[in-house]
Structure formats: C-alpha cells, structure tokens
Design a protein around this ligand. Sequence first.
Ligand code: PEP
Length: 257
Amino acid sequence: MNKSLRKPLVVGNWKMNKTPHECVELLDELIPMVSEVDRADIVVCVPFVDLCSAVEKTRGTNIRVGAQNVHSAPKGSFTGEISAEMLLEIGATSVIVGHSERRTYFGETDETVNLRARAALDAGLQTIICVGETLTDRDAGITEEVVGLQTKIALQNVSAEQMANVVIAYEPVWAIGTGRNASTAQAQEVCAQIRSIIGKIYGDFIADRTHILYGGSMNAANCADLLNEADIDGGLIGGASLKPVDFTVIVKAANNN
Ligand code: PEP
C-alpha cells in the first residue's frame, strides 16, 4: 500500500469541553503554532455551540472545523438533533460519527451509525466513522470480526464516489481516555485489516486512497511511532487536542510523515 497517496490527517475531538469563549482562546493559541504545517490536514471537532466561533476564528487558516455528531434526517421532529445541512451552512467541513461514547452512552448502533454517516456523506461532509473493539472483545480474540462488522455495516450503501469523503478512525474502546494506547503493532494490524475490507468492497484504488486514523490515548510522546505505521494515516485525538502544545507535536509528527 502506498502511503504517499494519503495526506496525513489529524483530527481533534474536543468532546464536551470548552465554551465558545474558551474555544476561541484555545484556537488563538493553536493557530500560530500550526501555521507552517502544509503537508497534513488539521480538523478540530468542537461542541455544536462552538461551531460558529470556531469557523469564524479559523477562517483563512489551515485548520478546518467539524462537529461530533449529525442526525440522519434532513429536518423534522428530532428534538436536540442537528442536520448535515445545518452543519454545512455554518461552515463545518467534517463530522465524527459513531464515536464509542455515542455508542456506549447514547444508544448508537452500527445501523444508526450507517444512517448518520450516509446523511453526512450525501451532504458532502468529510465523515469520520469510528470503529473499535472493547477489551472483552480483544481478550476473546474477536477484534478482527467486531471491527470488520462495524466497518462493513457503517459503509452499507455508501457509494464508491462517496468514499473520497470517508475517514475510518480505529479507536479501541479500551484505549480511549485511559492513557493506555494500543501498541504500534496492534494499531497497524487492525488498520491494515480495515483497509483490506475496504479493498474487498471497493477495490484497491479506493482502499489505497482512504484515510484510516488511529485514536486512543495518542499523545505527544507516542504519536511519532504510531503515525509511522504503513496503514495509519493520522490520528483522532481526544485529551491531547485540548492542549495546544501537545496537539501541535502530533500535527507536526503527521506533517513529517
Ligand atoms: C477520542 O475521544 O476519540 C479519543 C481518542 O480520546 P483520547 O485521545 O483522550 O483517548
């Protein structure tokens, strides 16, 4: 697989952190730190209420802005939800779908993840689909099966053309927010399996061009080794994305890859 076909991508997932005012303060610090980065794409996925401030603040910079979820319907009686069209209109370019916290705490299933992903893709948003096994799955030796099934269901009825906007984030649930990252070998193995599944569905041309990220306690100390792996095209970063210095180290490691 030719890694040079894929521009590195680093996505920050701020989760439910930072008010609009704090969002601008963080971006004020981050923007000059990463301004020289030109060989990696940078996205920050902020809380819904921060989107407008973040889009405004990053205008004309090399940072793009994304959301952390999107509803599958274009509009309607879905209290508390946000549509893809709403995200587009305020200038978001990207959205995370199927994060394990959504699956664990908010009842997301592989099927709802697929529906949300398709709505985002239909609207033309870069769609970062999260997959990953629990510790129980890993200990039972079924990581490949679990992640394979999540990936296949998430991509049901996604066209070959839409794959240009698909990013798969491999995030082992046991590594998220725990300080315990997957080893480079573990992360590479699963990312390669995901690419192979994409190859079987869409062919090698698309598989070679699809971004697959690793996420799960990636930080300034461990990012270089993870990002060096053949099938890891960047990172989905939680905790470290709230620390401009650490996030910049990760972005620069991706930029040098
Ligand atoms: C995440 O929330 O997607 C994530 C990877 O979190 P952390 O980096 O904190 O483990």
